[in-house]
Design a protein around this ligand. Structure first.
Ligand code: ATP
Ligand code: MN
Length: 463
């Protein structure tokens, strides 16, 4: 009992006629005198298949008439053209087997449920239209990301999940330890002795794969990571998770301009593929979640991204006459309201802002000749603001050392990072993209907790 045609495949048949078997879960059941209609979904696509059940079937009264939402069934019969609107085919059942019945307290009865409520049912919510569509879009986006890089010869690097380096404090980290929390070994001064912990030193869950990607890029030239990353920040927002997936390409012999070209081509191809692969899911999001998602994605795909420097962005904002909550001045980071003004009001399309002040960016970004700005870039898109952040990396040993000193970073901890600049250093650049933020952007889903199968946030790690 495996394989067989999925509903997606059945619906893609050229014409009606012939036998079909559908296995799935009942979305809705309507029983009337002369006939029952079961809408069966198997998750392979947004649509279900309508199964038409004749009361003359031998198990009808005993087994089929009681069927309702959530039951698992297998139905065999003839695929015919559907007279109903909104569906191409339906299945005229000759046999319907009840595979799994549903207890009367099934919580997902056919009615609208809030996303908050559905989060408490993470084991059942993939059966809802919305979460099913999210999971298919996630899958299509993930496939598009791999395809984009693989077509261009990037090597997929599996960066570690447990790490001892902290990626310059990209975020607060989760400790990985096997010490007994109620009775840890202590050193002479009474501090916990992590030298006796599992790894012989302190270890954490990674916040970014960038530093490892740099190592690999300086050997394999073009690499990318795509894996889980973790932030122990206590931010209860609709855009932050404690565990999320990140995509981080890194290219050797590449400068900031090459990095921007890659980011632009990347976003466009991922959006285009998802629209092509998941038209029904995307139509659903556009109809039920946010009526501008398809237009926005299409706009992003079709228009060239504007490129401006941070200095130009500050001038635009100062001249805008807008009253922002956070004041604009050279040297301060752009806030979400500023980013949205730039991309939504002023430029009206995606914009890449480059050359940020060194003081507000990480130590590893390439220092421009003006000594005040670094070769950083953020891609800003309507509605979410920053979607990609990247930079050309500092590959000059002396400058990197100076920047580390200015940032108060101890050289001993970054010996291997400096080695990369001592042994065959080369210009290189890359960027990072939060996968869930992209899925949010594509689907219009308001809360990031609803675009990942099992959200992990402060105070919540069920399932
Ligand atoms: P933010 O300002 O939104 O917290 P950040 O500046 O901390 O983001 P980075 O450290 O540059 O972000 O991380 C790279 C990308 O990872 C971000 O552009 C964003 O898309 C995503 N990201 C960062 N933190 C989270 C989080 N807690 N949950 C989900 N995605 C995140
Ligand atoms: Mn953050």
């Amino acid at each position: 009992m495996s394989g067989g045609e999925s509903i997606r495949e059945i619906l893609a048949r050229e014409a009606a006629g012939g036998e079909a078997t559908v296995r799935g879960w009942i979305r809705t059941a309507r029983h009337s005198k002369g006939v029952s209609f079961l809408e069966v979904a198997d998750g392979s696509c947004f649509a279900g298949l309508q199964v038409v059940v004749d009361p003359a079937l031998e198990n009808y009264e005993a087994e089929l008439r009681p069927l309702g939402t959530g039951c698992a069934v297998a139905a065999m019969g003839e695929l015919v053209d559907s007279p109903g609107k909104g569906q191409r085919f339906e299945l005229r059942a000759r046999r319907v087997e009840v595979v799994g019945t549903v207890d009367p307290d099934y919580p997902l009865q056919k009615k609208r449920h809030s996303f908050e409520f559905l989060r408490t049912l993470a084991h059942l919510r993939p059966r809802t239209n919305t979460i099913g569509a999210v999971l298919r879009v996630r899958n299509a986006a993930s496939r598009a990301i791999h395809a984009f890089f693989q077509e261009r010869g990037f090597i997929h690097l599996h960066s570690p999940i447990i790490t001892a380096s902290d990626a310059e404090g990209a975020g607060d980290m989760f400790r990985v330890s096997t010490l007994d929390p109620s009775n840890p070994p202590r050193d002479g001064e009474g501090r916990v002795d992590f030298g006796r912990d599992f790894f012989g030193r302190e270890a954490y869950l990674t916040v970014s794969g960038q530093l490892e990607a740099e190592i690999a890029a300086l050997a394999l030239s073009r690499v990318y990571t795509f894996g889980p990353t973790f932030r122990a920040e206590n931010s209860n927002t609709s855009r932050h998770l404690a565990e999320f997936w990140m995509v981080e390409p890194e290219m050797a012999f590449c400068d900031l301009a090459g990095d921007m070209d890659l980011a632009e081509a990347f976003l466009k191809q991922v959006f285009r593929s998802v629209l092509e692969q998941c038209p029904d899911d995307m139509a659903f999001f556009n109809q039920r979640i946010d009526d501008s998602v398809i237009a926005t994605l299409t706009h992003v795909i079709e228009t060239p991204f504007e490129r401006i420097t941070y200095g130009e962005a500050v001038e635009i904002l100062e001249r805008s006459g807008e009253s922002f909550e956070f004041p604009v001045k050279w040297g301060a980071d752009l806030q979400s309201e500023h980013e949205r003004y730039l991309t939504e009001q002023h430029i009206r399309r995606p914009v890449i802002v480059t050359d940020y002040p060194a003081a507000i960016k990480a130590f590893y970004m390439y220092l421009n000749d003006d000594e005040r700005t670094v070769r950083a870039m953020d891609v800003l898109v309507p509605k979410v603001g920053e979607i990609v952040g990247g930079s050309q990396r500092e590959h000059r040993l002396d400058v990197l050392r100076r920047r580390m000193r200015d940032c108060g970073l101890p050289e001993e901890r970054y010996g291997w990072y400096l080695d990369l600049r001592r042994y065959g250093s080369a210009p290189h650049a890359g960027f990072g993209l939060g996968f869930e933020r992209v899925v949010q952007f594509m689907t219009g889903m308001a809360n990031i907790r609803d675009v990942i199968p099992f959200p992990r946030v402060p105070g919540y790690v069920d399932f």
